[in-house]
Design a protein around this ligand. Structure first.
Ligand code: NAD
Ligand code: LMR
Length: 342
């Protein structure tokens, strides 16, 4: 069903999984915040996956209609709706992958960190229930500020005694999707071939595309590197401004999140060649959380690909050093918030 939907290596891998692996796999996916701007198109894309047997949609309101609508699509998965805190535990039972786009989006003039107060509480509450009901699931955090919400989730899972750092992911796939698109446009490359790793975090200068590591290898002037890097870092703001108060990226985000879900399901299904960039617990740098390319396996992060941070250009080295204090502060803010609650 999704054949041809995803770009670059992920697309090739997805296509291969349909031809070489059994496609009667039956995984259960839950989306928390499923009636929202991201949640709805994400639910549609996940409904199209041949790897999904059950799709559980949770929100505090308006999810019944979304589920009724989606359930008429003649793809294999069964769609169920869950409304409000009293139904959350049931939504999460035996789930393999839980995706969290619940929370408020930015308006023009706001930073992602301006969302902290509201979204930190939402993520904490949802993760408490995840810890109690599906502690073995892959957890995909989309809610911003991702640089802080992932450390919050980690702390809550630790407090509950069920933290598995290999299964907690901040979703940064949209940064890779954007980097691929913008580089392909700038250099007239065939999109399917382009793959740019993006490391660091998911806000402003913490988003660091490693253009020197792009595949195919491209020669870029210093000006082109600067222009592309800034565009990738500011792409979220580009959408927030274009939507002029009506929210932030939802459709491209749903596309990116669906790609990360599909990659996770292929890894769970035994595909041994699944790579994505994600914001995870990491010892790649001196920061406890860091986005980089990872290899995904049945148990989550199988390895963090360290080679990509070696032999960076001077521009990338400087940008890497420059992002660390901001990312460190965002991580510490998240940890402090979660620890204060106990
Ligand atoms: P939205 O307002 O359209 O939808 C959010 C949904 O979350 C709503 O349906 C709302 O009812 C629901 N919600 C609120 N509180 C909840 C709770 N306690 N439990 C369950 N659901 C709850 O927003 P959106 O555009 O879908 O964005 C959602 C989040 O994703 C924002 O924080 C945004 O900043 C973030 N985002 C992240 C990325 C990324 O790359 N990681 C990209 C785009 C947006
Ligand atoms: C994005 O990168 O589009 C998201 O993080 C949403 C935002 O606030 O920019």
């Amino acid at each position: 069903a999704l054949k041809g939907t995803f770009s670059s290596k992920a697309q090739k891998q997805t296509q291969r999984s349909y031809t070489h692996l059994q496609t009667n796999a039956s995984y259960k996916v839950a989306i928390l915040g499923a009636a929202g701007g991201i949640g709805q198109p994400l639910a549609l894309l996940v409904k199209m996956s041949p790897l999904v047997s059950e799709l559980n949609l949770y929100d505090i309101a308006n999810v019944k209609g979304v589920a009724a609508d989606l359930s008429h699509c003649n793809t294999p998965s069964k769609v169920s709706d869950f409304t409000g805190a009293s139904e959350l535990a049931n939504c999460l039972k035996e789930v393999d992958v839980v995706v969290i786009p619940a929370g408020v989006p930015r308006k023009p003039g706001m930073t992602r960190d301006d969302l902290f107060n509201i979204n930190a509480n939402i993520v904490r509450t949802l993760i408490e229930c995840v810890a109690d009901n599906c502690p073995d699931a892959f957890i995909h955090i989309i809610s911003n500020p991702v640089n802080s919400t992932v450390p919050i989730a980690a702390e809550v899972l630790k407090q509950k005694g069920v933290y598995d750092p290999k299964k907690l992911f901040g979703v940064t796939t949209l940064d890779v999707v954007r980097a691929n698109t913008f580089l392909a446009q700038r250099k007239n490359l065939k999109l399917i071939d382009v793959d740019v790793p993006v490391v660091g975090g998911h806000a402003g200068i913490t988003i660091l595309p490693l253009l020197s590591r792009a595949k195919p290898s491209v020669s870029l002037t210093d000006e082109e590197v600067e222009e592309l890097t800034l565009r990738i870092q500011n792409a979220g703001t580009e959408v927030v401004e274009a939507k002029a108060g009506a929210g932030s990226a939802t459709l491209s985000m749903a596309y990116a999140a669906a790609r990360f879900v599909e990659s996770s399901l292929r890894a769970l299904d035994g595909d041994s060649d699944v790579y994505e960039c994600a914001y995870v617990e990491s010892d790649l740098t001196d920061l406890p959380f860091f986005a980089s390319r990872i290899k995904l396996g049945r148990d989550g992060v199988e390895s963090v690909i360290s080679s990509e941070l070696q032999g960076l250009t001077e521009y990338e080295e400087k940008a890497l050093e420059a992002l660390k204090p901001e990312l460190k502060a965002s991580i510490e803010k998240g940890v402090a918030f979660a620890q204060k609650q106990t």
